[in-house]
Design a protein around this ligand. Structure first.
Ligand SMILES: *Cc1c(COP(=O)(O)O)cnc(C)c1O
Length: 350
């Protein structure tokens, strides 16, 4: 007899990470290709001499730095081992077995996995024709069993952002005992003036949480740090369900240094935004359908041709993230990397 594990896990699809292929350009994981911010690398190197010590369990220095920069009380902040860990903690903190989580689909592929592992039910709400979140349908999907709603904006993998007014209308319709999680992993790349600021909304509404990460714009995906801004009660619940010491010492130091490198960050985001516009315009010129994107990636809704496109790009030594039957998500890289991608798409018959 072998050890017994939960039978429902046999049906659980594993999280698929973007592929790394030596000799190819990786545009599959929404990382920034420019590397960590230069000033941050020195901090990580210095912090390495102290790794025989446990990290500060409360991540005090990082929480204080976030509190100062965001102008938010530290009791409203919780940090986590990447914001994906905070997503999981939020489900754990709100859901038991007969409870439900509502989320858009297609969206961040961790949502269904996290929900099932927590033992809660999942309600997937299809995106609109324009590949954006359908807030009316999401509101209609909320029932007395709903405990949590994920709202991913800009949405991974389609790149679309919500506007503040429609989000506020949606939030007005959500029962006040249902937690709404604004997953803003790409917020730093947003330049649409009508886009919402989740942190501000979380300060105004007790049932809203904003999640941000150091993995994307800050270039620290390999270190694993993210944060939540929430009501003091929800932030405390997040700390209670957190695995002790899960934000490691190097991640804490690096995140503090990254917050200080504001000018470097802004420059970097401006470069990504300029390249995003160039790449999307060129794809449109080539005849592709590409929804307007506010993130560091573009979405090509290729449907049944997705797998063919994926193989075509791989042959051209560009690794994209394909969701077979649905579309391909392609990260904005350096100008040279983007040129290689655009050369590949040019050779793909629309
Ligand atoms: C990348 C991403 C995250 C979190 O990434 P971490 O590395 O765990 O911080 C969360 N949500 C979305 C939508 C993402 O794309």
């Amino acid at each position: 007899m072998s050890a017994r594990t939960r039978p429902d896990l046999d049906q659980l699809p594993p999280y698929v990470a973007g592929r790394t292929v030596p000799g190819s350009i990786k545009l599959a994981s929404n990382e920034v290709s420019a590397g960590p911010l230069p000033s941050v690398v020195d901090t990580i190197t210095r912090a390495a001499t102290d790794v025989h010590r446990y990290p500060d369990m409360g991540a005090t220095k990082l929480v204080d730095a976030l509190s100062k920069q965001l102008e938010v009380d530290s009791e409203r902040i919780a940090v986590g081992c990447g914001s994906v860990a905070l997503c999981e903690q939020l489900v754990q903190a709100t859901c038991g077995e007969s409870d439900e989580v509502v989320f858009p689909w297609r969206s961040f592929e961790a949502y269904p996995i996290i929900t099932q592992v927590a033992g809660a039910g999942q309600v997937r709400v299809p995106l609109s024709e324009g590949h954006a979140l359908d807030l009316d349908a999401m509101a209609a999907a909320i029932t007395p069993a709903t405990r949590l709603v994920f709202v991913c904006t800009p949405n991974n993998p389609t790149g679309t952002t919500l506007h503040r007014a429609e989000l506020e209308r949606f939030l007005d319709s959500v029962p006040s005992d249902v937690l709404v999680v604004l997953d803003e992993a790409y917020r730093e790349f947003v330049n649409d003036p009508q886009a919402p600021d989740g942190v501000g909304i979380a300060l105004e509404r007790d049932n809203v949480v904003s999640l941000r990460t150091f993995s994307k714009a800050y270039g620290l995906a390999g270190l694993r740090a993210g944060y939540a801004v929430a009501s003091p009660k929800v932030a405390e619940a997040l700390r209670k369900v957190c695995i002790p010491f899960s934000v490691n010492a190097l991640a804490q130091e690096a995140a503090v240094a990254a917050l200080e490198a504001r000018t470097e960050l802004e420059e970097r985001c401006a470069n990504v935004i300029a390249e995003r516009t160039r790449v999307r315009d060129e794809l449109l010129t080539q005849g592709h359908d590409v929804p307007d994107t506010q993130a560091n990636f573009v979405w090509l809704p290729l449907g049944e041709r997705t797998q063919e496109f994926n193989e075509h790009c791989t042959e051209h030594r560009v690794i994209v993230r394909a969701f077979p039957g649905d579309g391909a998500r392609v990260t904005i890289g350096s100008p040279e990397e983007n040129d290689a991608f655009l050369a590949a798409t040019k050779a793909f018959p629309v």
